[in-house]
Ligand binder design. Structure first.
Ligand code: ADP
Length: 452
């Protein structure tokens, strides 16, 4: 096992990785920007190195600084976390060149799966169902429009390099298609320096179901069941659950097997996620593979009892998986709420600032992963994820009630948060019935707007 590891990330996920390393006797090196000098991860790690000023492009995205900090501190491995450089194949390649173990798959796999239109082709070749759409990337709006006319509206315009819901637009007819294509393409150019687009049929009334994969370096691939991440705003997840309450054991088994096949087709190693859309008729379609740990990995840990970060480290260190598919049992139900520093009353505008008073819930089956501490000032330079509250119980109903209690107890004073909004969502009848699709949040927001 590695003796020392550098975490090329910040905040809550950096803290999560430090904790796993501590349990495994691995020393940790944190990196931080000048805006993050008081951040929890920089204080909890064994060592901390400043890598530049606040803007990510000058610090957390500066590959050469991260590599120098790794080599100078004598760390043997880098964990990229999520976001920042976690899906950057160049970074993984540079790690390999510098003889640093990268906690993730090979750079070629990251490259192949990171290009979403290419990933579709890999999956089609492996017999994995994909959303009906373009086989080749498109760059030209008029050509794309002709393809969309053929597919039939509504369609989803998507950026090949897309992520975090960026570079994506729904077009309902041929007339609105061209301007929306341009907007999505511009957004992709700006966010990812890439204008490659593709078109998919828009799947109406879908659920977002994703399978957690673990693959070692010896060809062993297992899945750890699914997460239902249908509660989203602007294609970004807000509440996640494991398992999905609406699929049968047969469908779970089938989709799990397909996910394992998909990972094998990608030549995958380490932890990854195969994302599907499930339509009203229970047809499922691959949408993308995430070649890194996910924000919502904790709910899978709660229902499987498997520590995914530790597994990532063991796999990267060359250990074979210590379990087979048959050993994996799903125990009870887990829910995660993402508490963001934002104001739902004002279009979810970020709300950085000082946390004057802080109280988190506890108790049996309640887990908090956070970067917050009392007196901490959330800087404006990064995303607004402030805490993940996870509850685990025997049934979905119990997990929901535990979450409502946990949210009710939480006090984060000094900044705005979405806690009340999450609480209200979880009290909606459709949510309680498990009758949720990816447009649930937008529907609730529309209802609220009409009532005010
Ligand atoms: P990103 O990488 O930006 O997260 P994804 O491809 O994973 O993008 O899609 C994010 C979300 O967007 C999905 O969970 C789903 O809600 C919605 N979405 C994506 N593709 C489609 C589609 N073809 N039809 C309907 N919804 C879609």
């Amino acid at each position: 096992m590695f003796k020392k590891l550098l975490i090329a990330n910040r905040g809550e996920i950096a803290v999560r990785i430090i904790r796993a390393c501590r349990e495994m006797g691995i020393e940790t090196v944190a990196v931080y920007s000048t805006a993050d000098k008081d951040c929890l991860h920089a204080q909890l790690a064994d060592e901390a190195v400043c890598i530049g000023p606040a803007p990510p492009k000058d610090s957390y995205l500066r590959m050469e600084r991260l590599l120098s900090a790794t080599l100078a501190s004598g760390a043997e491995a880098i964990h990229p976390g999520f976001g920042f450089l976690s899906e950057n194949s160049k970074f993984a390649e540079l790690c390999a060149k510098c003889n640093i173990a990268y906690i993730g798959p090979d750079s070629n796999v990251i490259e192949r799966m990171g290009n979403k239109s290419e990933a579709r082709n890999t999956m089609m070749a492996a017999g994995v169902p994909v959303v009906p759409g373009t086989k080749e990337p498109v760059y030209d709006a008029t050509k794309a429009q002709a393809i969309a006319d053929e597919i039939g509206y509504p369609v989803m315009i998507k950026a090949s390099a897309g992520g975090g819901g960026k570079g994506m637009r729904i077009a309902h007819d041929s007339v609105e298609f061209i301007p929306l294509f341009h907007t999505a393409q511009q957004e992709s150019k700006h966010a990812f320096a890439d204008d490659t687009m593709y078109i998919e049929k828009y799947i109406e009334g879908a659920r977002h179901i994703e399978f957690q994969i673990l693959a070692d370096q010896y060809g062993n691939v297992v899945h750890l069941g699914e997460r239902d991440c249908s509660i989203q705003r602007r294609h970004q997840k807000m509440i996640e659950e494991a398992p999905c309450s609406m699929i049968s054991d047969e469908l779970r088994k089938e989709m799990g097997e397909v996910a394992v096949r998909a990972a094998k087709a990608a030549g995958y190693t380490n932890a990854g996620t195969i994302e599907f859309l499930l339509d009203k008729n229970q047809n499922y379609y691959f949408i993308e593979m995430n070649t890194r740990i996910q924000v919502e990995h904790g709910i899978t840990e709660m229902v499987t009892g498997i520590d995914l970060i530790k597994e990532q480290l063991k796999i990267a260190a060359g250990e074979p998986l210590g379990f087979t598919q048959e050993d994996i049992k799903i125990n009870g139900h887990a829910i995660e709420c993402r508490i963001n520093a934002e104001n739902p009353e004002h279009n979810f505008i970020p709300s950085p600032g000082k946390v004057n008073a802080l109280h988190f819930p506890g108790g049996f089956g309640v887990r908090i992963d956070t970067l917050l501490y009392q007196g901490y000032t959330i800087p404006p330079s990064y995303d607004s994820l402030a805490a993940k509250v996870i509850t685990h119980a025997t049934t979905r109903d119990e997990a929901i009630h535990k979450m409502l209690g946990a949210l009710g107890e939480t006090i984060i004073d000094g900044i705005d948060t979405n806690i009340d909004f999450l609480f209200d969502l979880m009290n909606e009848e459709e949510y309680l019935d498990g009758d949720i699709t990816t447009d649930f949040v937008e529907k609730v927001l529309d209802r609220k707007k009409r009532m005010s």
